[in-house]
Design a protein around this ligand. Structure first.
Ligand code: ZN
Length: 240
C-alpha cells in the first residue's frame, strides 16, 4: 500500500495535477489530503472538485475554514486576506458546504493527519521547531502523523528527545514517534518552486519526499488574469 500525502494546494490546479500524475507514476494506491485546498491562487473550485472526486481522507486547513465563513475569524496578512475574499466570491456554495464539513484531525489506517498541530488543531499554530513539535507529540497517539501549514518540508522524531531529522527518505522505526510535513503542493516556501508532497510506503515503513515540476507559467498567468495580486504570482517562482 502506497499513500500520496499532500496538502497546501491553495487553488493551484497545475501543481495539483502534476503531483497526482507523479503519484500515479510512483505507484501510489491511496491519496490523503492535509488541507488548505483553497486560498492564494486562481482555481479554488477546480481544486475542490479534484480532491472531492478522489474520495480520499481530507482534513480542514485554515484557508478552507476562512473560505466558507462570511468574514475573517483569523487575522490574515493583507495578501492572504485579499486572496481569501476573492476565493469567497468565486467559490460555489456547494464547495463551501463541503469544506465546512471537513474534520480537523483524522486517523487513516495506523497514522494520523492534521493541518496545523495536534495540541490545538483549531488555533492554527505553526510547528517551526522542536518545542512546537514536542507540544504536538503529547497529543499524538499513533507512531506516525502527517501535517501541513508551514509550506516547508520537515520531519521531527521523538524518542528520548524531540529533534528534527532529514526527510528525503525517512525510515520509520518502531517505538518512535514521527511528525512529518511534506511541504506544499501549490505554494512552497522553502526556496524551491517545485510542488512538494510525500509518499508513505506502508509496506516498507518508509516516507519519501517528492518535488515535482509543473506548469508554473500557466498558474501565474491565471493569478494575474483573475485580478489577484501580482505578488501571489511572483512568489510561486521564488518558492516563498
Ligand atoms: Zn497553507
Amino acid at each position: 500500500m502506497r499513500f500520496a500525502i499532500f496538502g497546501d494546494i491553495h487553488s493551484n490546479l497545475e501543481a495539483l495535477q502534476a503531483v497526482l500524475a507523479d503519484a500515479r507514476d510512483c505507484g501510489c494506491t491511496h491519496h490523503v489530503c492535509l488541507g488548505d485546498i483553497v486560498g492564494y491562487n486562481a482555481n479554488p473550485h477546480e481544486c475542490v472538485d479534484v480532491i472531492r472526486n478522489l474520495g480520499c481522507p481530507v482534513v480542514m486547513g485554515n484557508h478552507d475554514e476562512q473560505a466558507y465563513l462570511n468574514d475573517n475569524k483569523e487575522n490574515f496578512n493583507p495578501l492572504a486576506d485579499t486572496a481569501i475574499r476573492w476565493t469567497r466570491a468565486h467559490l460555489p456554495e456547494e464547495d463551501k458546504a463541503w469544506l465546512s464539513k471537513l474534520r480537523l484531525v483524522r486517523q487513516v489506517r495506523d497514522f494520523t493527519i492534521v493541518h496545523a498541530t495536534l495540541d490545538t488543531p483549531h488555533q492554527w499554530g505553526y510547528v517551526f521547531n522542536q518545542l512546537d513539535a514536542a507540544a504536538s507529540f503529547n497529543y499524538q497517539f499513533t507512531n506516525l502523523c502527517f501535517f501541513g501549514h508551514t509550506h516547508s518540508p520537515r520531519a521531527y522524531v521523538r524518542d528520548e528527545s524531540v529533534r528534527s531529522v532529514p526527510l528525503d527518505v525517512l525510515q520509520i522505526e518502531p517505538g518512535k514517534k514521527y511528525f512529518i510535513n511534506g511541504g506544499s503542493v501549490g505554494q512552497p516556501r522553502d526556496g524551491d518552486w517545485h510542488a512538494s508532497y510525500c509518499i508513505f510506503h506502508a509496506d516498507k515503513n518508509l516516507v519519501e519526499l517528492r518535488r515535482v515540476e509543473y506548469d508554473i507559467n500557466t498558474a501565474q498567468d491565471k493569478v494575474v488574469e483573475a485580478g489577484l495580486p501580482q505578488r501571489l504570482a511572483d512568489r510561486l517562482a521564488l518558492g516563498a
